[in-house]
Design a protein around this ligand. Sequence first.
Ligand code: PHE
Length: 449
Amino acid sequence: MKRDGFSSRFGILAAAAGSAIGLGNIWRFPYITGENGGAAFILVYLVCIFLIGIPVMLSELVIGRNAQSNAISSFDKIKPNSPWKFTGVLGVLTAFIILSFYSTIAGWVFAYIGRAVTGQLSSISPAELPQYFGNIINAGGSNLEPILWQFVVMVITGFIVIAGIKKGVEKYSKLLMPILLGLLVVLAIRSLTLEGAYKGVEFLFKPDFSSLSVEGVLEALGHAFFSLSLGMCTILTYGSYVNKKERLPSLALQITFADTAIALLAGIVIFPAVFAYGLSPDSGPDLIFITLPTVFYSMPFGSFFQMLFLVLIGIASITSTISLLEVPVSYFTEEFKLSRKKVTILITSIIFLLGIPSTLSFGSLGDVTIFGKTFFDLMDFTASNILLPVGGLLISLFIGWGWGIRNAVKEATNDGNIEFKLASAYGFATKYLAPIGIFVILLYSTGVI
Ligand code: PHE
C-alpha cells in the first residue's frame, strides 16, 4: 500500500505549523511567561528557539523524509539494529503523556465554546469570572463536565486521525490557520489600546533578569520544544509524509517563525489586558480563561468575537492533538500491520483514561501531590521539561554523531540540488551547541550539578 502523504507545500506548512501552533502558544506561553517574570524569560526562550529549536526542527524533518517511516522505524531504517531507535520509543511514550494532559485544557476551551454559543459567557462580568471559571473546571464529585469535554476532544481528534493525512490533517489546517492569525491581530490592537496597557507591554519587552530563576531557564527550554512540537518525533512523523522535492531548510524556518510570531502575538493580547484590569500575571493555567473574556467584555461586538476566537483556539488545539496522536498511531499501524481505525480507537481510549487524573487535579484530586506537584503539573513538567529536551538531545546526537552531518545535509539539500547556505552553522549547532546546551540546562536546573 502506498503511504499517505501531503499534497502541496502549503498543506505541509499548514499542518506542521498547525501542530506547532496550539495551546502552547495561546495558553501555555502567556501563563509561564507570567509566572517567570516576563521579558527576561521571553529572551531566554527566543535564544532557545533560535539556537536549539531551529536545528532540531530541521533534523526531525530530515530524518523523517529520508526514512519515510514512523517515529521508531525511521531510526531503524537509517541505522539498522542500533540503540538510536530508543529516541523514537521515548517519543511515542511522550505523545501519550502530553496528549493526556493537553486534552484537559483543550476540554476547558470546548467548555467555554459551549457557553459562548449559548450567550452565557458574555453576561459574566470580569469580577465574576475567576469564580465562574473555577466552578467549570472543578472536576470530580458531581461535576463531571470537564471530563466529558476531554472526551469530546479525544473523539474529534480520533476521527480526524482515522481520516488520514490528505483528507484529514491537511484539509483542516489549511483553512483555519490563516483565520486565527487575522483574529489575533485584531485582538492585539484592542488590547494595546486599553487604558493602562503600557505596563503589559513593558512586562513583555523590558527584561528584568532578577526575576528569572534557573528553573525558569529550564522552563524556557522545555517550552521551546513544547511549542515547536519538537523532541518527540512529531515533526519527524510529518516529515515522513513530505515529498523529496520540498525544501526542508526553509520549511523549518517558516514553521518556527509562524509559531514564534503567534506566541508573541498572544502575549501582546494577554498582558496589556492583565495589567489594564489589575489581574495578576502569575495566576497559572487559568490565566487566559480569565483575561480573554475580560478583553472581549470591553469590545464592541465582544460576544461575537469571543465565540469566534474560542472556536479558533479550539481548532488550533485540535490541529495539535492530531499531530500528537499521529505519532503512536503511525507507529502501531505500520509496525504491527493493524488497521488505522482499530489502532486509533484503542490508543485514543488509553490516552483518555490516562488524562482523567489530570483533569481531576483541578478538582477532587487537587490535594493529591507527587513530588510536590499535582498530577497535571507532574505530567506537564515531566513531559515538557524533561522528556522533550532529552528527545531533542538524542535527535541532535543521532544526526551529529550517529548518522553524520554530511548525510543529513545531503537529505536537506535534496541530494545537492538546492542551496543551503547555513549548512555549516546547522552542523555546528547540531553537533555541539544543541547537545551541550540541553545537557547543561538539564543538569543545572534539576540540581544535579
Ligand atoms: N506544539 C503544540 C502546541 O504548542 C503542542 C505539541 C507538543 C504538539 C508536542 C505536538 C508535540 O500547542
